[in-house]
Design a protein around this ligand. Sequence first.
Ligand SMILES: Nc1ncnc2c1ncn2[C@@H]1O[C@H](COP(=O)(O)OP(=O)(O)OP(=O)(O)O)[C@@H](O)[C@H]1O
Length: 229
Amino acid sequence: MLEIKDLHVAYGESEVVKGLNLSLKENEIIAVLGRNGMGKTTLMKSLIGMIPSKSGSVQLKGKELNGMKSHDRVAAGVGFVPQGRMIFSTMTVEENIETGLTTTKETKVPEELYNIFPILRDFRKRRGGNLSGGQQQQLAIARALASNPDVLLLDEPTEGIQPSIIKEMAHTLKEIRDSHGLSIIVSEQVLSFALDVADRIIVIEKGKIIHDQPKDEVDEDQIAKFLSV
Ligand SMILES: Nc1ncnc2c1ncn2[C@@H]1O[C@H](COP(=O)(O)OP(=O)(O)OP(=O)(O)O)[C@@H](O)[C@H]1O
């Protein structure tokens, strides 16, 4: 449903994503692993249109996204949870989620989102900046889901989150995938989380995929070696 073909992304002369090919199926969760600086964030930002790609193609359900602005990609069905969550700290929880509704006809936060994350219902009048890291991550996911995406991109969602909450996050993401028929790409450095959440594990190094395997066939030691510095 998401087809990435020969994608090249560069900052000026410096090419960071170097001819990446990836095919994401319906209801599939892919974890993209890689050490710091290997291009995970650049890939994610280019998929949501925050960084233009140099060449290549990204198609969602047959529709070309390359060349489209971020807002139009969201309308086309891409949801994005950025690294560091980027919650609007002075806005309330409710207002934060409402910013995700701009591409839909809804004006109120759908109850269904509060059913997935009940703590956000309880805290809906609190300022985003007053939530814990794990609660802010739930808020960032709820905001991304508000636009009814077909594919959800999460950039290092476990960063700065407690281990017990990380476990819960993997469970919630799989539940959302099942209930919403979503496909998910998550970039990660935490191998245990990737193995917990994903159907397929991909390792990128220097902007290219160097490893691609179904989760059930993964040799953890081998992946750990790819990730060690
Ligand atoms: N705005 C920028 N201008 C120039 N180079 C950049 C820019 N942003 C990132 N880079 C470079 O691109 C490369 C890939 O960075 P990127 O942030 O995509 O890696 P990453 O795998 O997501 O790492 P991290 O885990 O630290 O987020 C790095 O060498 C980085 O220095």
